[in-house]
Design a protein around this ligand. Structure first.
Ligand code: ADP
Ligand code: MG
Length: 259
């Protein structure tokens, strides 16, 4: 089971879009996949076709050990993957976890019991470096960082990289940055191309080969509760996330060969 956190403390950079579409694309390729929604906004939950207002249990209860993962998970009615859903309740978890033992390790502990159930677990993190994101980073083997190729893209990246380094040093020796994913890319923009080239220069093979273009079909899909990769398979955005899933599967297989 490979666990990846999809993180960037900036909002609106494509974390949820990446989490939902990668989950659906991995599942479409036969990978047993769980999507964990760690954002109280519940956008990944809704994007996967699960109604966040009608949950029997959610990731909130799992983090507070009021429900098991087995009870809280649901299967996406539109994709072939499972969802550990979230809603507004999760906003309270931040405060309620503070005084509890091993508060950063709650998600990790919940997933440990289900190691045999999934090939991939994707964790959609909230736009902050909070206790929730910390739970995501402590549970994960790697981080996928979606980024827009704009002037301020690199600003703030150092905060995230420093947090990942600290978590690696103190809480989770397994954690590494898997890669930066360029999203909402506009191939006609000179700036996009410049920033993209800069990222490749600085981060080398930590930059994924796949480029996800700006594509309106990806933005429309969530209002139907259907992952973009299934909503309009022929759209450029859908094809990019399908290619990204294959790139991830290839990565993971290359680790198996070397270990
Ligand atoms: P985050 O989870 O980082 O806040 P989202 O995935 O919710 O970001 O994306 C922010 C907004 O941008 C959403 O409205 C989403 O539909 C839109 N969006 C994300 N990726 C793309 C894309 N490749 N093309 C067009 N719109 C996108
Ligand atoms: Mg989001």
């Amino acid at each position: 089971m490979h666990i990846f956190a999809i993180a960037n403390q900036k909002g609106g950079v494509g974390k949820t879009t990446t989490a939902v579409n990668l989950a659906a694309a991995l599942a479409a390729n036969g990978q047993r996949t769980l999507l964990v929604d760690l954002d109280p906004q519940g956008n990944a939950t809704m994007g996967a076709g699960v109604d966040k207002r009608q949950l029997e249990a959610s990731v909130y209860q799992v983090l507070l050990q009021l429900a098991t993962l087995d009870r809280a998970r649901v299967s996406s009615p539109t994709g072939k993957f499972d969802v550990l859903p979230a809603n507004r309740d999760l906003a309270g978890a931040e405060v309620e976890l503070v005084d509890l033992d091993l508060r950063e390790m709650r998600l990790k502990a919940a997933l440990a019991a289900h190691r045999a159930d999934y090939d991939f677990v994707l964790i959609d993190c909230p736009p902050s470096l909070s206790m929730l994101t910390l739970n995501g980073l402590c549970a994960a083997h790697g981080v996928i960082i979606p980024m827009q190729c704009e002037y301020y893209a690199l600003e703030g990246l150092s905060d995230l990289v420093n947090t990942i380094k600290k978590v690696h040093a103190n809480l989770n020796r397994d954690l590494k940055i898997i890669g930066l994913l360029r999203v909402m890319f506009d191939p006609r923009s000179t700036l996009s191309n410049q920033v993209s080239a800069q990222l490749e220069q600085h981060f080398g093979d930590k930059v994924f080969k796949t480029l996800v273009p700006r594509n309106v079909r990806l933005a429309e899909a969530p209002s139907y509760g259907i992952p973009g990769v299934l909503f309009d398979k022929a759209a450029k955005g859908a094809q990019a996330y399908m290619a990204f899933a294959l790139e991830m599967i290839e990565r993971v297989n290359s680790w198996k060969e070397t270990t």
